[in-house]
Design a protein around this ligand. Sequence first.
Ligand SMILES: *[C@@H]1O[C@H](CO)[C@@H](O)[C@H](O)[C@H]1NC(C)=O
Ligand SMILES: *[C@@H]1O[C@H](CO)[C@@H](O)[C@H](O)[C@H]1NC(C)=O
Ligand SMILES: *[C@@H]1O[C@H](CO)[C@@H](O)[C@H](O)[C@H]1NC(C)=O
Ligand SMILES: *[C@@H]1O[C@H](CO)[C@@H](O)[C@H](O)[C@H]1NC(C)=O
Ligand SMILES: *[C@@H]1O[C@H](CO)[C@@H](O)[C@H](O)[C@H]1NC(C)=O
Ligand SMILES: *[C@@H]1O[C@H](CO)[C@@H](O)[C@H](O)[C@H]1NC(C)=O
Ligand SMILES: *[C@@H]1O[C@H](CO)[C@@H](O)[C@H](O)[C@H]1NC(C)=O
Ligand SMILES: *[C@@H]1O[C@H](CO)[C@@H](O)[C@H](O)[C@H]1NC(C)=O
Ligand SMILES: *[C@@H]1O[C@H](CO)[C@@H](O)[C@H](O)[C@H]1NC(C)=O
Ligand SMILES: [Zn+2]
Length: 656
Amino acid sequence: MAILSKVAGVAVAAFVSAVSAQSFQRLGTCPTLGMADFLAGQYFDIRLEVHAPKNGSEAIGLPPDEAFTFTIAKGDGVAKPVTEFFGIEDAKLEDWTFSYFEGLDFFARDAKTPSLVDVRSKAYRRLALHEPGEYTATLNYNNGSSTKATWLVRDLAEERKAKNIILFIGDGMTTNMITAARLIGHKTINGKYQTRMQMDKFPVLGHQMTHSIDSFITDSANSASALYTGHKSSVNALGVYADSSKDPFDDPKVETIAEIFHRLTGGHVGIVSTAFLADATPAGLTAHTRARSEYGAVVDSFLNGITNYTWTEWDGPDVLFGGGAEQFYSPELGGITYQNKTYYDEFAKKGYQVLQNRTALLSAPSNEKALGVFTYSNMAKWLDRNVYRENLNQSLSPTGDKTAALDQPGLKDMTLKAIDILSERSGDKGFFLMSEAASIDKMMHVLDYDRALGELLELDDTIKATVNKLNETGCLKETLILVTADHGHGFDVMGSVDTKYLAAQDDQRKKRNAIGTYQNSGLSQYQNTGNLTYVDSNFPRNWDPRYTLFSGLTANPDHRENYTVHKDGPREPAAELEEGSKDFHTNPEDAENGIEINGNLPVSNDQGVHSLTDVPVFAMGPCQDKFSGVYNSIDIFFSMAECFGLARGKGHSAGN
Ligand SMILES: *[C@@H]1O[C@H](CO)[C@@H](O)[C@H](O)[C@H]1NC(C)=O
Ligand SMILES: *[C@@H]1O[C@H](CO)[C@@H](O)[C@H](O)[C@H]1NC(C)=O
Ligand SMILES: *[C@@H]1O[C@H](CO)[C@@H](O)[C@H](O)[C@H]1NC(C)=O
Ligand SMILES: *[C@@H]1O[C@H](CO)[C@@H](O)[C@H](O)[C@H]1NC(C)=O
Ligand SMILES: *[C@@H]1O[C@H](CO)[C@@H](O)[C@H](O)[C@H]1NC(C)=O
Ligand SMILES: *[C@@H]1O[C@H](CO)[C@@H](O)[C@H](O)[C@H]1NC(C)=O
Ligand SMILES: *[C@@H]1O[C@H](CO)[C@@H](O)[C@H](O)[C@H]1NC(C)=O
Ligand SMILES: *[C@@H]1O[C@H](CO)[C@@H](O)[C@H](O)[C@H]1NC(C)=O
Ligand SMILES: *[C@@H]1O[C@H](CO)[C@@H](O)[C@H](O)[C@H]1NC(C)=O
Ligand SMILES: [Zn+2]
């Protein structure tokens, strides 16, 4: 068997076909299947890796090739060495080893026998392709072997059509969840909704496919990378193609929509999330690492951009609002920060006002940059901020003083303030705002459907307030508003549950008779019971009716369902019987009197997981038609970039 090569980065990438079935985790981005699309003028790095497996089924007993070469040809043109093509110096040869499990070999995993690979590698950094069209990148290695990738620089219109883009991401949000949220938040008469969700009023609906580069299920990191960079990536990777080196920061990077927009137009950027700010969806706009868990460095990247590499000028977003104070406050208070710095101070030194509660947020001036960190970890959920407020004491203060965070804003407060600041500060330059309802996903993970749907309804309420605000200020026509998700969860509603009947049965099989399907599902009790004078039609009138939704996920740990709202705070469906065993069973304290549901995930899972489904894309504003139909997640990046007029090809062409 031949020595295998890998060109990661925006590169070639992939397998030599004979071994593809067993080696995809070693060669995530693969040359023979390798295709990458680029925005003209977008910065990217190239990482070349030549692999020599030392043991395992692919061992070849030869040292790795150190004399590999790499060429690029435009169209049918002559292939030029990479150094000549880009007018750059050759890169230094790097070497390392890594081990991996061949393909999905779970037997090898159990036996703990990974295969070892010797690597020789070079990286070329901060390159750009300007001329639209096809390019062929060829890695020649191993005395005559070669592997090719096709790169396509998309031919996009360069005229700017939108002044602003607001990208709402409902993390983990599917059409099924939107349908369920509509059912509990809006009233029907004779099968017709009397009010509509704001998303439902968007003129254009599309569908995006979320697959990552080397697995068909994504996490929020690689899906954020696809949405923000136009390049698919791997699980846990942010703004890079994952390489096999030890350093999680040296992976080949691709420039994000926020970075390109800011670099080329001077436009302003805002980032809002209900998650801890270092979490993947906010992080993906500025971080470049294959390890999303490098939280401290992620926070540093918001402020300082890429560290240790020459890249792009970045002077921080105008707005950064969310949770995750532990990456900001001093290590003396227990903060876990990059290089032990206090990031409240680092941001303040660069001219940010620092906001730590809702009162301060609402009264903050709109002409200054703002960092708003409102809790330790993820922010409190809509249900706990609005209905079961006594649970707010489960959140910790953003100051690090271990008191409760009782005065937290919601997504709507944060998003509207972000728009005020961005509008005022960006002037004619326009802005890009990403606003994430993060806990749709987080609550689906813990099977807390009520909280997840509350977050979804809050997202919709936020979109409604945003549309109204932009309409009032005359900015609606110049702003593209997108609402989408990064992946789904296998959630749906199959009927209703008589919770009183269910609780009254002792027998597990009898409890199941509490479930009403088809005609026995009846109508939603979330609108027809409770305080009928309650006028805010965006949310349920009653979160705790007798007849609730019969809902659930298709992949679970062992758990119980009693189908009533968890009034004491977010749920913990599964627990270890023995601490540290990683053997999760039904949490004996969760969902009393419920139906026992056998898990189907590996027993080390205490939560549900993401699923394959396509996710919806709602669009309104300039370029809205680009978002109709069925397409790939990366197309959202290209359509946003085109709408902002960010392609720098043809006229702008700078060499090659
Ligand atoms: C390969 O070598 C490494 C290091 O010596 C060892 O840990 C590993 O078990 C070996 N794998 C196989 C498949 O033999
Ligand atoms: C390539 O050729 C050199 C010189 O003939 C030889 O030493 C080396 O082992 C060859 N490598 C492979 C992988 O065949
Ligand atoms: C940057 O380089 C310094 C010094 O080598 C190192 O300590 C730090 O971890 C690096 N940071 C990143 C984000 O790569
Ligand atoms: C940060 O603080 C920890 C604990 O005091 C220490 O071990 C570590 O070396 C410090 N890191 C830096 C970069 O100063
Ligand atoms: C909110 O923040 C302001 C400004 O930092 C502070 O003065 C005030 O005490 C805070 N309020 C609460 C309830 O923590
Ligand atoms: C929160 O408050 C409730 C009642 O007000 C109390 O029972 C509970 O122990 C408190 N929890 C925490 C974490 O302080
Ligand atoms: C914008 O406001 C106008 C005037 O109040 C109204 O007629 C129109 O429907 C609003 N547009 C949207 C999209 O809400
Ligand atoms: C019912 O809702 C209305 C309107 O929101 C409110 O004024 C009233 O106090 C509520 N009544 C009860 C019993 O909660
Ligand atoms: C269902 O479980 C929740 C959370 O454990 C609990 O608060 C509630 O009382 C239970 N409902 C019934 C009907 O037993
Ligand atoms: Zn998730």
